[in-house]
Design a protein around this ligand. Structure first.
Ligand SMILES: Cc1ncc(COP(=O)(O)O)c(C=O)c1O
Length: 360
């Protein structure tokens, strides 16, 4: 089999090798069933056991109480951008959006189709290189939406945004879900595409408070109502069975590696090491403000586009893949999700050191 290389992709991103190895076995036959995981009926006993284990582990690892429903949906986080206002906003109401990057912008743009929106804070003035210190919510907002980690700009909320008591707080946690402890009870809904920290693309985790499910509008297509998926345990139609299976394995891996506290320690160690190098470098510079830096996506530049391009080439030659920054910001981005090993961070630093010695 081909050798694995250091994969800094922003998503789909690196997954734990033991998870992939276990999945490889079960692709051909799930346990001793004689049928591969992708070939089992979602209504059959074998898959139902997989589903139940995944759901139970998701709750255990995330500390999710019975006040919440765990859903496995399709359409990515982008579908949630539309489903949320479609269900919970109306033309005479206002939803608050905290705008900290391109993904929060996209979420807000969808909401405008269904009602009014209020921008409670924005860091657009400095190309989203920081997390705003203050948030000004509107009175009686239908809900307040924020993006916990800004994948493109390399910033992250390190404390929860301060919103009025009783707010219906909704979080797009696509790029830092289960990377650190999370207080689910402070949220009404948390959603995340799986393809960064939890599994393959094609499945979206939605953690939604029971009372919110029933508040959703009823005049929507069946598939676009949360209550449909809730009543049917995510099996109103054929669910993304392989994604749910793999997510279950990832939850098991997280649990075996210290749970969310373990993930945070692991992620902090990687991010601290990389930022420490960037802070002393004569050539490379981190782009996000210090107090807003992401532990998941480390964005940096040399200050010279041509040199950035040269560095990415040198990194690719050294088997470091996926370091090119998002097309809207340029430079470099090292995505170091849960499953990314610290040895890969050391490999990146070694290549940066060598490049710096040759280019300064
Ligand atoms: C924070 C965030 N939100 C939403 C999305 C969109 O996710 P999807 O492609 O699953 O629709 C992404 C994708 O990278 C993201 O990083």
């Amino acid at each position: 089999m081909a050798e694995r290389i250091w994969n800094f992709s922003a998503g789909p991103g690196v997954l734990p090798v033991p998870v992939l190895e276990e999945a490889r076995e079960n692709l051909v036959s799930l346990g001793d069933s004689g049928i591969g995981i992708c070939e089992h009926s979602h209504r059959g006993k074998a898959f139902l056991a997989v589903y139940e284990e995944c759901e139970a582990l998701c709750r255990e690892v995330g500390g999710i109480s019975s006040d919440y429903k765990v859903l496995f949906l399709q359409g990515g986080a982008s579908m949630q951008f539309g489903m949320i206002p479609m269900n919970f906003l109306s033309s005479d109401a206002t939803a608050d959006y905290l705008i900290t990057g391109a993904w929060s912008e996209k979420a807000q743009e969808e909401a405008v189709r269904f009602g009014k929106t209020h921008i409670a804070c924005s860091s657009k003035d400095r190309n989203y290189c920081y997390i705003p210190k203050t948030v000004q919510c509107s009175e009686n907002a239908a809900y307040v939406h924020y993006t916990s980690n800004n994948t493109i700009f390399g910033t992250q909320w390190h404390r929860m945004p301060e919103v009025p008591a009783g707010s219906t707080l909704i979080c797009d946690a696509s790029s830092d879900i289960y990377s650190r402890p999370i207080d689910v009870s402070k949220h009404a809904l948390i959603y995340a595409g799986a393809q960064k920290n939890l599994g393959p693309s094609g499945v979206t985790l939605v953690i939604i408070r029971n009372d919110l499910i029933e508040r959703g509008h009823k005049d929507l297509p069946t598939m676009l109502q949360y209550r449909t998926h809730s009543k049917n345990d995510s099996m109103y139609n054929t669910p993304p069975t392989f994604g749910i299976y793999l997510m279950g394995l990832v939850f098991k891996w997280i649990k075996a590696n210290g749970g969310l506290v373990g993930m945070e320690q692991r992620n902090r160690a990687k991010a601290d090491r990389l930022y420490a190098f960037l802070d002393q470098s004569q050539l490379f510079k981190a782009t996000a403000d210090k107090d807003s830096r992401s532990q998941m996506n480390v964005t940096f530049v040399t200050g010279n586009e041509e040199l950035d391009g040269k560095f990415i080439k040198a990194a690719t030659a050294a088997k470091l893949d996926g370091l090119k920054g998002h097309r809207s910001v340029g430079g470099m981005r090292a995505s170091i999700y849960n499953a990314f090993p610290i040895e890969g961070v050391d490999a990146l630093i070694a290549v940066m050191k060598e490049f710096e010695a040759k280019n300064t």
